[in-house]
Design a protein around this ligand. Structure first.
Ligand code: PMP
Length: 427
């Protein structure tokens, strides 16, 4: 047994499934998860010392690459002054100012500790502000593991929520309506059915939890208009897309203005941070100014703020997102090219530094139903062949891939070469 296998066996006796978050367990692809010892730039090193080019990037945060020197130094300096105060600090003000500058729809922002907290709090705020209970989400979109968001769609375009997990009472998801991504008619239908009851629509502006599905032209603008027509708030969940598809997030990329934005991942530079914010009038409904309660012992933690601030400052430099986009395009184009050479049907989706790979006979992949038609068996084989080659893609056919600034063109070309050999074995 290698070290990852030994550790995984040990882990399984004291940690459910051996992991602290399910997708890490390789359940979708089989085999033993890599236990990681360290990471640097585009590379991650497992407990046996093998190096991999990493396209997971801690599931999004490591957009500058691993172990970025400026973030590391900011963390070390902050740690020397104390780990947590439970009182306001200057860095929280700096951070809030920077976030509101980078994402102009946000007049005010509040820090939390995860993306889950961000969406959960934004929805509570939307419900409190509108004094309505129902919310609309989309099939295949994930917004963290708060009870009322763990909902699966039944059959049909519009369905009333059914819990997706034991432990979530049916009553709790009674107010969650599920519509079809990229299908405005399904949303209009929901609004017409409950014209005075819908507090908010929450959407992933590029869906990244059913692999990678961009919004169709007009979809996000259409949601904005429907929210205005029916007096609901529009929440864009940029936990994954924020600071990644563009400096100002997907809302900048697609030129659409939400009432509230949720952030996570990159905003913490690798530390546990989330945030939600938006229009002043709405944000002022939060405690202590307003009646909607929300709080956190470690929210705005000084180490986490130092890391996030150092990350966002570097991302703000001119040209960063152009580089990220061209690296991602190079990877996707190269993978399509070598797939075709081997008669493998592969579709790629790409927005900024986010991408998706689909083994499908379809010409394009635009919604959850398209994703479910993909060949997951072929994905599993591809995943393991690439892992052997030292390329670390997400261990699931339903996760997006992430590029970082630390990936060089040589890293990408090595990846494409590895894919050429892997496709030849698959064909
Ligand atoms: N929203 C989106 C769009 C996400 O991708 C995720 C996590 N992948 C979350 C919310 C939840 O964030 P966290 O895991 O930090 O709670």
């Amino acid at each position: 047994m290698n070290k990852s296998e030994t550790l995984f066996q040990e882990a399984q006796s004291v940690i459910p499934g051996g992991v602290n978050s399910p997708v890490r367990a390789f359940s979708g692809v089989g085999g033993t998860p890599l236990f990681i010892e360290r990471a640097e730039g585009a590379y991650i090193y497992d407990a046996d010392g093998k190096a991999y080019i990493d396209y997971i990037g801690s599931w999004g945060p490591m957009v500058l690459g691993h172990n970025n020197a400026e973030i590391r130094n900011a963390v070390i300096q902050a740690a020397e002054r104390g780990l947590s105060f439970g009182a306001p600090t200057e860095m929280e003000v700096n951070m809030a100012e920077l976030v509101c500058e980078l994402v102009p729809s946000m007049d005010m922002v509040r820090m939390v500790n995860s993306g889950t907290e961000a969406t959960m709090s934004a929805i509570r705020l939307a419900r409190g502000y509108t004094q309505r209970d129902k919310l609309i989400k989309f099939e295949g979109c994930y917004h963290g593991h708060a009870d009322h968001l763990l909902v699966k769609a039944g059959s049909g375009a519009l369905t009333l929520g059914q819990p997706n997990s034991p432990g979530v009472p049916a009553d709790v998801v009674r107010h969650t309506l599920t519509c079809t991504y990229n299908d405005l008619d399904s949303v209009r239908q929901a609004f017409e059915q409950y014209p005075d009851d819908i507090a908010c629509v929450i959407v992933e502006p590029v869906a990244g939890n059913m692999n990678c599905i961009p919004p169709q032209p007009g979809f996000l603008q259409g949601l904005r208009e429907l929210c205005d027509e029916f007096g609901a708030l529009f929440i864009i969940d940029e936990v994954m897309t924020g600071f990644r598809v563009a400096l100002g997030g997907a809302q900048a990329y697609y030129n659409v203005t939400p009432d509230l934005t949720c952030l996570g991942k990159i905003i913490g530079g690798g530390m546990p941070v989330g945030a939600f914010g938006g229009r002043k009038e709405v944000m002022e409904a939060l405690a202590p100014l307003g009646p909607v309660y929300q709080a956190g012992t470690l929210s705005g933690n000084p180490i986490a703020m130092a890391a996030g601030y150092a990350c966002l400052q570097q991302l703000s430099q001119l040209g960063v997102h152009r580089t990220l986009t061209s690296l991602t395009q190079r990877l996707c184009a190269g993978l399509e090219r070598v797939a075709e050479q081997n008669n493998i049907s592969l579709v790629t989706n790409q927005v900024g530094a986010m991408f998706g790979l689909f083994f499908t006979e379809d010409k394009e992949v635009t919604c959850y139903a398209d994703v479910t038609r993909c060949d997951t068996e072929r994905f599993k084989q591809f995943f393991h062949l690439m892992l052997e080659e030292g390329i670390y893609f997400a261990p699931s056919a339903f996760e997006a891939g992430f590029m970082s600034l630390a990936h060089s063109e040589e890293d990408i070309d090595r990846t494409i070469d590895a894919a050429r050999r892997s496709f030849a074995k698959l064909a």
